[in-house]
Design a protein around this ligand. Structure first.
Ligand code: FE2
Length: 384
């Protein structure tokens, strides 16, 4: 049953965590105060530190030769840049960053983004970010290009208390320091507008995200505002600059990338939530998917999607629901069959299931292998 997954030559690790203590916001508030004080000291030259936070590597279409570097500052630091060099070399390159002022949840942050291109595959680099005469520390950056690699796959990390997610992410990376990149399967945070939850998320994935690229997936919780109404997922769309492919209008919503012999496709399953703003999202994403799949020459195809293609009945909810396939499954599974997708990883239900291979909505020896990846935060759904 698992031949294809093993054949991918990728050690994909589904990580899980159970519900933890409920102390909303205390650690986050403390971190926020410390961070603000350090940024103020850095900005006004009271310390030698740089006004730089949440430095991160973000996935590109071809991470063997390129990388996107992003970070944030509390103040508008002009002349921001990334410096990088082959590890140990005296000379290196400098790339200017694009700067964006972003206000959300009544908080303004300055986002910085630079693109490193034409990197040599399988090379150890190091990079730092900064502005003026201020610089961050140097961080490692490796351009792996191997048919065998390790990727860390984290299911939904949305939490009421992010300390569990913090421990899980740090332990997973400490246990697998050779991981080439990590994926978060959507619902990164519980409320997509609340800035303190994003701060907690970024704190949790440090130092991993400074050292290996993140491949995030948008979930429905990224679309919730502070009143728990649906909005465009502004924070998610600003915090990760992802490959745009041929669908610039939907930048940062869905994308694809290559790793070794594997072509990964990241879908946006928030068609219902985004309907008022993007009424043709479903058709446009399908057209993009068809083109993307038709042009890849990679041996293996893996789809990463937040909402699950299968549907369970809820034992604990008053409105019964039919078991079978979800709306997303009915739309996408025939396309996965048509384009010979090897593996489909999903999330959203906060539990783990290995469904084996399905083809034509039936159990099959062929067809994609469907895995529901589990839970990484502290929100559990009983009765599944
Ligand atoms: Fe979800």
């Amino acid at each position: 049953m698992h031949k294809k997954l093993i054949g991918l030559a990728a050690a994909i690790l589904a990580a899980g965590a159970l519900a933890l203590s409920f102390v909303p916001g205390l650690a986050t508030r403390r971190n926020e105060i410390v961070h603000k004080a350090r940024s103020l000291g850095a900005h006004y030259n009271l310390t030698s530190e740089a006004d730089v936070a949440f430095v991160r590597q973000v996935m590109t279409k071809d991470p063997a030769t390129s990388r996107t570097i992003m970070w944030q500052s509390e103040y508008e630091e002009n002349g921001s840049l990334v410096e990088y060099r082959v590890k140990g070399a005296k000379e290196g390159e400098s790339v200017p960053a694009e700067n964006t002022r972003f206000t959300d949840d009544h908080v303004t942050r300055f986002l910085h983004e630079a693109h490193l291109t034409n990197l040599k595959p399988n090379t150890d680099y190091e990079y730092r970010v900064g502005y003026g005469d201020k610089r961050s520390e140097w961080y490692p950056l490796r351009t792996w290009d191997s048919p065998v690699f390790t990727a860390l796959i984290f299911p939904d990390s949305q939490s009421a208390d992010y300390s569990g997610w913090d421990r899980l992410a740090k332990k997973a990376y400490a246990d697998h320091p050779d991981a080439a990149f990590f994926v978060n399967m959507g619902d990164l945070v519980d409320n997509g507008e609340q800035h303190s939850q994003w701060d907690a998320w970024f704190s949790a994935v440090s130092p991993m995200i400074e050292r290996i690229p993140a491949a995030p997936i948008m979930g429905n919780h990224e679309t919730y505002n502070m009143e728990w109404k649906v909005r465009r997922p502004e924070a998610y769309l600003h915090l990760f600059s992802l490959p745009s492919g041929d669908a610039e209008h939907y930048k940062n919503e869905f994308y694809s990338f290559d790793a070794g012999d594997v072509h990964f496709v990241v879908l946006n399953t928030q068609d219902r939530e985004l309907g008022p703003w993007e009424p043709s999202l479903t058709e446009d994403q399908i057209a993009w998917f068809r083109q993307d799949m038709a042009t890849t020459r990679k041996k293996w195809k893996v789809v990463l999607m937040h909402k699950d293609p299968l549907q369970y009945s809820f034992a604990t909810r008053p409105q019964p629901r039919a078991e079978g396939f979800s709306e997303e499954g009915r739309i996408w599974m025939p396309l996965f069959d048509e384009y010979h997708v090897d593996v489909v990883l999903s999330a959203h239900l906060h539990t783990f299931r290995d469904r084996g291979h399905l083809f034509g909505f039936e159990r099959s020896e062929t067809g994609p292998l469907y895995i529901l990846t589990g839970i990484a935060g502290d929100v559990q759904y009983k009765g599944l």
